[in-house]
Design a protein. Structure first.
Length: 231
């Protein structure tokens, strides 16, 4: 479970506040206009941006002083965060050991994770040789191996076409079910929110509101969200 208690973070002239709870195993979209604070919210949870007041708790533990790499969190960005000089297998292996000193069992686990996301036999390739959808699959294979309970998605599929994006969302859902992950996904696409996340957090002018039912939010949006969606 993720709980932000009167959390506030300041980034330059921008301030974000959040007082909310996301239950373990929930799938939640983070929706709002550009610049409203969606990615800032994920950065607070991941530990890239410290809070100036309030607390950030994951499964009852206050993680404010916990480094990003030590938090029980995985995050996938729009660029998939792959290292171009490493092979696909090495990029996935970073999810196990950053030093990439892998034993035979760990190497086998990498191969199995790649097969799970439909990339069997791609381990020796470099990211530049892959399509955007394949790069996203590599990032998800790394998530499989990290086995951390909270998965943050910062518009990782935004550059993909509708059919491929729907395919990737389905894969995320399968992985979340398999590992009982809690998912928070920043998105600009109402269809993506409805497809993957029964709940949504609306972020407006630096305030992240508690999760509500996605269908309820999108079927009867507040004026600020209606203006943004053009509905």
């Amino acid at each position: 479970m993720l709980t932000l208690r009167a959390a506030e973070a300041v980034q330059g002239a921008f301030r974000l506040t959040a007082d909310l709870t996301v239950e373990a195993g929930a799938r939640v979209s983070v929706i709002g206009a550009s610049g409203s604070g969606k990615s800032t919210l994920l950065n607070i949870v991941a530990g890239f941006l410290p809070v100036s007041s309030g607390t950030v708790e994951i499964d009852g533990q206050d993680v404010r002083e916990v480094a990003p790499g030590d938090r029980p969190v995985s995050i996938v960005f729009q660029d998939s965060n792959l290292f171009p000089h490493l092979t696909v297998a090495q990029n996935v292996g970073l999810g196990i050991k950053p030093g990439l000193r892998l034993d035979a069992a760990e190497t086998q686990a990498i191969e199995e994770a790649l097969a799970r996301v439909g990339l069997e036999g791609y381990g020796a390739r470099k990211p530049a040789a892959l399509s955007g959808g394949q790069q996203s699959r590599v990032a998800l294979a790394r998530v499989l191996l990290r086995r951390r309970p909270l998965l943050l998605l910062d518009e990782p599929f935004a550059a993909l076409g509708p059919a491929l994006r729907a395919e990737m969302l389905e894969l995320v859902g399968e992985i979340a079910d398999q590992q009982n992950l809690t998912v928070m996904m920043v998105t600009h696409e109402p269809t993506d929110a409805r497809a993957l996340t029964p709940l949504s957090i609306f972020v407006d002018e630096g305030v992240a509101q508690p999760p509500v039912a996605t269908d309820q939010l999108l079927d009867n949006p507040p004026q600020a969200l209606r203006d943004y969606l053009g509905s």
